[in-house]
Design a binder for this molecule. Structure first.
Ligand code: HEC
Length: 274
């Protein structure tokens, strides 16, 4: 009973996500905005930098049955090349015969180089509230931060990449699940909001290119860094869809589509979210 009420409330909040701001909401939002502005004034105060540092240390630390580090991991620009690599992802990797986003590639490197099971990792890939981002997320924060200031420049023109973008676009617009929601239900109109949260208009390139380059981001309300794979899992959870598996074709396709939407957008990692 309680649960269905909550679901109803969530559904209502989303369906009725119209530009209506209660006075109290507006006030809380102002306070949060002030906090974010303070963090922005001193960009180095973003706690996400601690995870980027942790990720850098993990990159060079030997681990796993093969006692190897990530230093031979090829993110598309050659083994060990980190600078600017994130800006060109997702991409097709011939060695894995798959299109991969950053996190999926790191998962693959971890398994092939270090001998640590990807299947095990994806059982609990994301941190609970208050817990620090997990190992791949920390490394992703480090790697992505090494493209900060650059623009997204993924080619996404190889046949496999085009297929991934097309699948991502289909998933973005297809309604499904118990609420019959699509990503587009919440992200294809300007000015939508659920309670306090503004819903970015991801179907439009202009807005998408402002926000997609900010992930991984430190999320103030969860007090940890959240990666793009985690963000999408959370949005699918809001749709009451089955859990989105980290590194799955669906997750990579959605990230490929979002990256295409954000083409020419600037990368600013770690971002800072409410
Ligand atoms: C029920 C509404 C809802 C649906 C459906 C939904 N999302 Fe979201 N999404 C949200 C909310 C709420 C936020 C913002 C959370 C916040 O403010 O921290 C968000 C944030 C995002 C962001 C981060 C934007 C930013 O500001 O940086 C991305 C990317 C995203 N969603 C992608 C998707 C994709 C892809 C789908 C479909 C698989 C989807 N969402 C479905 C509610 C939804």
């Amino acid at each position: 009973m309680k649960r269905s009420l909550v679901m109803l409330a969530v559904a209502f909040a989303a369906v009725a996500a119209i530009p209506r701001a209660h006075a109290q909401d507006a006030e809380t939002e102002k306070a949060i905005e002030k906090y974010r502005a303070m963090l922005r004034e001193d960009p180095w105060s973003n706690p996400g930098y601690l995870d980027a540092d942790r990720g850098e240390a993990l990159w060079t630390t030997r681990a796993g049955p093969k006692n190897a580090s990530f230093e031979q991991c090829d993110l598309g620009k050659g083994p060990g090349k980190v600078d600017g690599a994130f800006a060109e992802l997702p991409r097709y990797f011939a060695d894995a015969d798959r299109v991969m986003d950053l996190e999926t590639r790191l998962l693959w490197c971890r398994e092939t180089l270090q001998g640590l099971s990807a299947a095990d990792y994806v059982k609990r890939p994301h941190p609970a509230g208050g817990q620090p981002v997990k190992e791949i997320g920390a490394i992703a924060t480090y790697v992505a931060s090494k493209s900060s200031g650059q623009k997204f420049a993924a080619r996404l023109d190889r046949p496999q990449e085009q297929d991934a973008v097309a699948l991502g676009e289909t998933l973005f617009y297809r309604r499904s699940g118990p609420f019959d929601f699509a990503c587009a239900t919440c992200h294809a109109q300007s000015g939508l909001r659920i309670r306090l949260q503004g819903l970015p208009y991801l179907a439009e390139k202009k807005e998408a290119s402002k926000v997609i380059g900010e992930w991984p981001a430190y999320r103030v309300s969860n007090t940890h860094v959240m990666t793009m794979q985690h963000r999408l899992l959370d949005c699918y959870w809001q749709m009451r869809m089955p859990e989105l598996q980290m590194g799955s074709d669906a997750s990579v396709a959605l990230i490929a589509f979002l990256t295409k939407q954000a083409e020419d957008g600037e990368i600013a990692v770690p971002g800072l979210k409410r």
